[in-house]
Design a protein around this ligand. Structure first.
Ligand SMILES: Cc1cc2nc3c(=O)[nH]c(=O)nc-3n(C[C@H](O)[C@H](O)[C@H](O)COP(=O)(O)OP(=O)(O)OC[C@H]3O[C@@H](n4cnc5c(N)ncnc54)[C@H](O)[C@@H]3O)c2cc1C
Length: 407
C-alpha cells in the first residue's frame, strides 16, 4: 500500500520505520526538522556555543527501563547506545525544607541528611495513602480527575509537579487532568528506579532510524487536509493534491479535526474535546535556582514550588553524562522562567502538546477500537502513557495491524 504518515515526531517516525519494508511510506512533517518533542542541541536544534562532545536535550531526555519495554526493544533493534542515568527527584518547597527521594538523600552532606530523612519519612505516610487510593482497576479511573487522587501537600504537591514534568502542563491545571492517564503513570513511576538516556542526545536514535529508512520523508511539508473515499485517501500538502491507500495521523490529537475535511459524527465526537497546550522549555546555564536556596544536590527531576504552582529543572549534566565537576551546570526548565537569567539561556524551545483533560481522554478507548476505519489510523503518545512508550506502543499496534515489522 501507499501509506501517508502525517507528523514526524516519535510516533510517526517509528510507524514509518516499522511499515517501511512492507509498504511504500511517505512521511510529512510540517516543521523544518523531524523529531517533534525530541530536540537535541547540535542535531535537530541549534548547537549554540556548547563545547564539543556536549549534547543537550530541550525535550525528550530519559526513558524508564521498567515502564518502556517497547522503546527499549526499538533501541536494541536500532543498535542505539544507551547510558544509565539516576532517576532521583527532589521537591524544593516554599518555606519548608526540601524533600529528596532516597537516592538523592544519599548525596546530602551528613549535617542536613538527618532532617531530610525525617521529612521523607513523614511524606512516606502520604505516599502510602496515595498508592492505596491509586490501587484501583483502570476501568474505575475513567471519567475522573487526577485531583481526586493527589492528596494534601506536601506529597500531593510533589505529585502535581511530577505531572507537570511528565506532561508539560501548567501545575495549576494538573488537578483537572485525566486520572485514567495520570494515575497509572504515577503508580508505575513510583516503582521505577532505572532510567536510560541515549548517548549523544535523544535525536541520535532518530538519526539511526532514518539511516535505515527507504521511504520518503518531507520536512516543511504542511498537510492541509485529508479526504477519504472508496478509492483511497486524498491529501492536500502545501496546495498539492496527493493520493494514498491509507493515512496514519501522528500529529497531536487536537489537530485531527483540522486535518479531516470529511470528518464524520463519530470522529467529531472522538476528537472534539482535545485542546492544544503551548509551552516553552529553556536550556540554560544558570544555577541561581539552587544557589539562592542553598541547595547542594541536583537531581534529574528537580521540582520547585512557587506561589500558585511551580515548575521543574532537570539537571542536564547527569542526563547528558557529563563528568562530575564539569565547569558549567546545565538545566532544562519549564515553568520557572522568572527565576532564570535570560542572559544565561542557551535555547528557548517551543512545544505544542495536547492538554490531557478528562473530556479529551473520554473517547480514547473508542479511537483504539476503531483504529483503521475509513483507511485512517491514529498513533501518538496520547494513545498510551502520554510518553515515549505510548508513542512506540501505538506505532507498533498499527504496524502489526498493517503487516509491518515487529519488535
Ligand atoms: C518538553 C517535553 C519533554 C518530554 N520529555 C520526555 C521524556 O523525557 N521521556 C518521555 O518518554 N517522554 C517525554 N515527553 C513526552 C513526548 O511528548 C513523547 O515521548 C513523544 O515524543 C511524543 O511523540 P508523538 O509522536 O506522539 O508527538 P509529537 O512529538 O508532538 O509529534 C507530532 C508531530 O506532528 C507534526 N505535525 C502537526 N501537525 C502537522 C501537519 N498538519 N502536517 C505535518 N506535520 C504535523 C508536529 O510538528 C510534530 O513534529 C516530553 C514532552 C515534552 C513536551
Amino acid at each position: 500500500m501507499r501509506i501517508a504518515i502525517v507528523g514526524g515526531g516519535a510516533s510517526g517516525l517509528i510507524t514509518a520505520w516499522l511499515l517501511d519494508r512492507a509498504h511504500e511510506v511517505t512521511l510529512f512533517e510540517r516543521a523544518p526538522v523531524l523529531g517533534g518533542h525530541i530536540r537535541t542541541m547540535g542535531r535537530n536544534a541549534p548547537r549554540g556555543d556548547l563545547p564539543a562532545g556536549v549534547w543537550l536535550d530541550a525535550g525528550v531526555v530519559e526513558f524508564s527501563r521498567e515502564n518502556f519495554p517497547t522503546v527499549h526493544r526499538l533501541f536494541a533493534a536500532l543498535g542505539v547506545p544507551l547510558r544509565s542515568v539516576a532517576g532521583d527527584t527532589a521537591f524544593h518547597r516554599q518555606g519548608a525544607g526540601p524533600l529528596y527521594s532516597p537516592g538523592a538523600l544519599r548525596q546530602l552532606p551528613a549535617a542536613t541528611r538527618a532532617g531530610a530523612v525525617l521529612r521523607l519519612a513523614r511524606a512516606g505516610l502520604q505516599r502510602a495513602r496515595f498508592m492505596a487510593r491509586a490501587n484501583v482497576p483502570d476501568a474505575a479511573l475513567r471519567g475522573r480527575a487526577l485531583g481526586e487522587f493527589l492528596g494534601p501537600p506536601p506529597f500531593g504537591h510533589w505529585l502535581r509537579l511530577l505531572v507537570t514534568y511528565a506532561y508539560s502542563m501548567p501545575s495549576a491545571e494538573v488537578p483537572g487532568l485525566s486520572a485514567a492517564l495520570c494515575v497509572p503513570m504515577l503508580r508505575a513511576f513510583a516503582r521505577a528506579n532505572s532510567w536510560s538516556a541515549v548517548e549523544g542526545g535523544t535525536y541520535a536514535y532518530v538519526e539511526r532510524l532514518l539511516a535505515g529508512l527507504r521511504g520518503t520523508v518531507y520536512t516543511n511539508a504542511i498537510v492541509q487536509s485529508i479526504r477519504r473515499d472508496d478509492r483511497g485517501v486524498h491529501l492536500v500538502v502545501d496546495g498539492q493534491p496527493l493520493a494514498f491507500d491509507a493515512v496514519v495521523i501522528a500529529t497531536p490529537p487536537d489537530q485531527v479535526l483540522r486535518l479531516l475535511a470529511d470528518a464524520d459524527e463519530a470522529e467529531r465526537r472522538r476528537f472534539g474535546a482535545w485542546r492544544a497546550n503551548h509551552v516553552t522549555t529553556l536550556v540554560h546555564a544558570d544555577d541561581g535556582l539552587y544557589r539562592r536556596r542553598g541547595v547542594a544536590v541536583r537531581t534529574e527531576f528537580d521540582l520547585f514550588e512557587q506561589p500558585g504552582g511551580g515548575g521543574y529543572n532537570a539537571w542536564l549534566n547527569g542526563l547528558a553524562g557529563l563528568p562530575p565537576g564539569h565547569a558549567v551546570d546545565y538545566g532544562l526548565a519549564l515553568g520557572l522562567d522568572a527565576e532564570i537569567d535570560p542572559a544565561r539561556v542557551l535555547l528557548r524551545q517551543p512545544h505544542h502538546t495536547a492538554a490531557f483533560t478528562v473530556a479529551a481522554l473520554a473517547h480514547r478507548d473508542e479511537v483504539r477500537a476503531s483504529n483503521g476505519q475509513r483507511r485512517t489510523w491514529h498513533v501518538g503518545a496520547w494513545l498510551g502513557d502520554g510518553l515515549h512508550e505510548g508513542a512506540a506502543g501505538s506505532a507498533l499496534a498499527v504496524a502489526t495491524a498493517l503487516g509491518g515489522r515487529g519488535l
